[in-house]
Design a protein around this ligand. Structure first.
Ligand SMILES: O=C(O)CCC(=O)C(=O)O
Length: 414
C-alpha cells in the first residue's frame, strides 16, 4: 500500500524541483533583461505533466461496425493516423523476402533501378522536399494490364507509373510470388478501411469502389534504412504528406523511427513545412499495421480527414525496414469534395496529374512540391490550369516521362 505513495511522492518532488529550477531560470533571465517568448500554456502544461504524450489510436477491426466507423472517422480527422489489429494480413510472412531483397549485392539491385521514364524499380537517391533520403527502396505497383502473371515488361503492363522491375526468380527465388500475395492482401485491407472511411463521411460503404477498389493504381514500397553512424539527427525521410487516398504501413517492430506531427488543437492543421506541432513517435503495436490518410482523402472529405505530416528518423546503430502500401485512385479519377456541410473547399484534382507532379519532384527539382493547397478554392496556384493542359495531352497507358512532360509540369518561375 505504501510503495505507490512513496513513488508518487518522489515524482512530485522531482516535478517541484524542475519547476523550481525553471522558475529560477526565468527570474535570472528577466533580471538580465533577456526578452523571452513563452510557449503556449498547453505546451508548458504538457512539459510538466507526467502523462504519456498523446498518440494515434490502435483500433480493433473486429469491433462492431458502427463503433469502428466512428473511431476511424475520429482518427482520420484528428490525427490522420491510426493502427489496426485483427486486420487479417500475415505481416510476418513477408519480412524475410523483403530483407532478402535488400541483402542482394548492390549491383543486382542497381540493375533494377527506376529512371526518369519509369517510376517503378529500385532507388537509393529519392528526394523528399529536395533532400536525399537516407534509405534504399523498391516500388512495385499494379501492372497496367492488371495481370500479375504477365512478364513485367509486357507492353500491356505499361501505365503512367511505368512497369515493374522485380528481381527474377533465378536471382531471388519466391520473392515475386510472396510480393504479389502480400500486395493483394494489402489491397483488400485498404479497400476495407476505405469503406469505413466512406461511411464516416455519411456515404454508402461502397462509395469508393469504382475509383479505388476497381481502378486503383497503388504501389507497395519496400524501405531499408541503414544505420546512420553520424548520429547528427539526420532524417531517413524529411517531413512529407502521402499523396494518395490512404497508406497501409508495416513498421519494423525493433526500431521506432516514424513520427507524425501532432494535430493542431485549434484552427488550421494545414502545415506543410514541419514547423507546426510537436512530433509523436508512432510505436507499432504488436501485430498491428499503421494506417494514414493522404492528400486525396483530404480533398474528397472536404478537409474533414487530415493528410498528416510525417517523417522518419535515422538510428545510429540499428537498421530498419518498413513497407508502406500507397492505396491510390485510378489515374483518370477527378477527386472533388463529397457533399458536406458548408461550401466545397477544393477544386477538382486529377489523380494522374497529382501523381505525375509528385514523381517528377522525387526525381528532379521542379520547385515547390504540389500540395492540396494548390487546389484550395480561391488559391492562386497554376496547378488547376496546368492540370487541364496535362489532361489534354497525357496518355495514361504509356509511362510518364519527367523530361517529356517537363513543360507541362514546371511552374512558371517568377
Ligand atoms: O518508414 C516509414 O515508417 C514510413 C515511410 C514513409 O513515410 C514513406 O515511404 O513515404
Amino acid at each position: 500500500m505504501k510503495r505507490p505513495k512513496r513513488r508518487g511522492n518522489r515524482r512530485w518532488g522531482e516535478l517541484m524541483k524542475s519547476r523550481t529550477r525553471a522558475r529560477r531560470l526565468l527570474v535570472a533571465l528577466i533580471d538580465h533583461h533577456v526578452s523571452i517568448r513563452l510557449p503556449p500554456m498547453r505546451l508548458l502544461a504538457r512539459r510538466f505533466s507526467s502523462s504519456p504524450p498523446p498518440a494515434p489510436p490502435v483500433l480493433d477491426l473486429h469491433a462492431p461496425r458502427h463503433a469502428l466507423v466512428a473511431a476511424v472517422a475520429d482518427a482520420c480527422s484528428r490525427w490522420g493516423f491510426f493502427q489496426v489489429v485483427h486486420h487479417g494480413v500475415d505481416v510476418n510472412a513477408y519480412h524475410k523476402p523483403m530483407a532478402d531483397f535488400f541483402r542482394l549485392p548492390h549491383n543486382a539491385k542497381a540493375a533494377l533501378r527506376r529512371t526518369a521514364g519509369n517510376a517503378r524499380g529500385f532507388f537509393d537517391d529519392e528526394l523528399t522536399k529536395q533532400k536525399v533520403d537516407w534509405k534504399q527502396a523498391i516500388d512495385v505497383g499494379m501492372p497496367g494490364s492488371r495481370a500479375w502473371a504477365l512478364p513485367d515488361d509486357d507492353p500491356s503492363n505499361a501505365c503512367l507509373d511505368g512497369f515493374n522491375r522485380l528481381p527474377s526468380d533465378a536471382l531471388l527465388p519466391g520473392f515475386r510470388e510472396a510480393t504479389v500475395r502480400y500486395y493483394e492482401s494489402l489491397t483488400s485491407l485498404a479497400a476495407r478501411v476505405a469503406s469505413l472511411m466512406a461511411e464516416g463521411l455519411g456515404m454508402p460503404a461502397d462509395h469508393f469502389d469504382r475509383e479505388l477498389r476497381e481502378a486503383h493504381t497503388s504501389y507497395l514500397r519496400l524501405n531499408y534504412y541503414p544505420p546512420h553512424p553520424g548520429g547528427d539527427g539526420a532524417l531517413g525521410i524529411s517531413p512529407h504528406r502521402d499523396a494518395g487516398f490512404l497508406t497501409v504501413l508495416w513498421q519494423d517492430p525493433s526500431c521506432h523511427s516514424l513520427q507524425v506531427q501532432q494535430p493542431a488543437e485549434t484552427g488550421s492543421s494545414r502545415r506543410y513545412d514541419g514547423s507546426g506541432g510537436e512530433w509523436t513517435t508512432v510505436v507499432p503495436a504488436e501485430g498491428a499495421l499503421t494506417i494514414n490518410t493522404g492528400d486525396m482523402a483530404q480533398i474528397w472529405s472536404n478537409d474533414r480527414y487530415q493528410a498528416p505530416l510525417h517523417r522518419v528518423l535515422t538510428h545510429p546503430t540499428l537498421e530498419r525496414f518498413s513497407a508502406p502500401f500507397f492505396y491510390n485512385p485510378g489515374y483518370r479519377t477527378q477527386v472533388a469534395p463529397l457533399p458536406s456541410p458548408g461550401r466545397p473547399k477544393f477544386l477538382p484534382c486529377n489523380w494522374g496529374y497529382f501523381r505525375a507532379q509528385r514523381f517528377a519532384g522525387d526525381f528532379a527539382d521542379f520547385g515547390a512540391e504540389i500540395q492540396t493547397d494548390d487546389f484550395y478554392e480561391g488559391s492562386k496556384s497554376h496547378h488547376p490550369q496546368m492540370q487541364e493542359e496535362f489532361l489534354r495531352t497525357v496518355d495514361f497507358s504509356t509511362p510518364f516521362s519527367v523530361e517529356k512532360y517537363r513543360p507541362l509540369l514546371q511552374m512558371p518561375r517568377k
